[in-house]
Ligand binder design. Structure first.
Ligand SMILES: Cc1cc2nc3c(=O)[nH]c(=O)nc-3n(C[C@H](O)[C@H](O)[C@H](O)COP(=O)(O)OP(=O)(O)OC[C@H]3O[C@@H](n4cnc5c(N)ncnc54)[C@H](O)[C@@H]3O)c2cc1C
Length: 213
């Protein structure tokens, strides 16, 4: 009876194939890590950059924004559509939808999720903008020139509002704080940003916290 020896090659497992996960994998190779690198991403698409999602991809000026990285050439094992469900540190393995993966080092690069509004999950006409699939779902919405309410006057809200105006939609932006970008910039800088909305022809309502949808 022959039994296969377990794979003991030193292995870095990176959870999350966003820019942080991809750059970690590439930097490990560039800086001399010669052993195994496994990159696990739960999305089905080849790893992509998110900034174009609220700009060119949303407006149909680009089909995607995949990173220009030769994963195979760099010896990075890329597994897409594979969600990590748990970490079992005493066995040094991550649990995934398709079985466990052993690690010597695990890097958690899972990013952040947008805040869901109470009662909004699964409602027709209510969208998030975080993934390539979200941007593709939103393209025809803009093309149909619907009336749009954007919740949140941060960077992504501002970009989305600008793109929606460019597509010919009527846009109202609601923001809980008393000014746009309150969490990111001091008042004197953010004050200039208020003009963006008027300039784009979007209505901005500040001090307007959404209670539910
Ligand atoms: C629409 C949009 C526009 C943006 N525009 C800009 C911009 O113009 N300038 C700028 O600086 N920043 C911008 N950002 C922010 C920037 O994209 C983020 O800062 C960046 O994506 C963070 O990278 P990350 O790799 O840490 O996380 P993410 O990009 O969130 O990647 C994490 C990945 O991990 C995956 N994942 C999560 N949990 C698991 C799991 N359990 N198992 C496997 N995989 C998992 C996620 O699905 C995701 O693919 C924008 C973001 C969005 C959404």
């Amino acid at each position: 009876m022959s039994s296969q020896a377990p794979d003991r090659t030193p292995r870095v497992v990176i959870i999350g194939a966003g820019i942080a996960g991809v750059q970690t994998a590439v930097a490990l190779r560039e800086q001399g890590w010669r052993d195994a690198i496994t990159l696990l991403g739960d999305e089905p698409h080849p790893p992509y950059d998110r900034p174009p999602l609220s700009k060119a991809v949303l407006l149909g000026k680009a089909d995607g924004s995949a990173f220009d990285v030769d994963f195979e050439g760099l010896g990075i094992e890329l597994h897409l559509g594979r969600r990590v469900t748990a970490l079992t540190p005493d066995r040094r393995q991550v649990e995934t939808s398709e079985g466990p993966v052993r690690y010597d080092h695990a890097v958690i690069a899972t990013g952040a999720d947008p805040v869901m509004l109470p009662g909004s999950q699964g409602l027709p006409g209510v969208h998030l903008l975080r993934t390539l699939d979200d941007a593709e779902r939103l393209r025809p919405v803009l093309a149909a020139q619907h009336e749009i309410v954007v919740v949140g006057a941060g960077w992504i809200g501002a970009e989305f509002a600008t793109a929606a105006r460019e597509a010919g939609c009527a846009v109202t932006v609601v923001e809980a704080a008393d000014r746009p970008l309150a969490g990111a910039l001091p008042a004197e800088v953010a004050a200039h940003m208020t003009g963006w909305y008027a300039g784009a022809g979007a209505e901005l309502r500040t001090g307007a916290r959404v209670a539910s949808v």
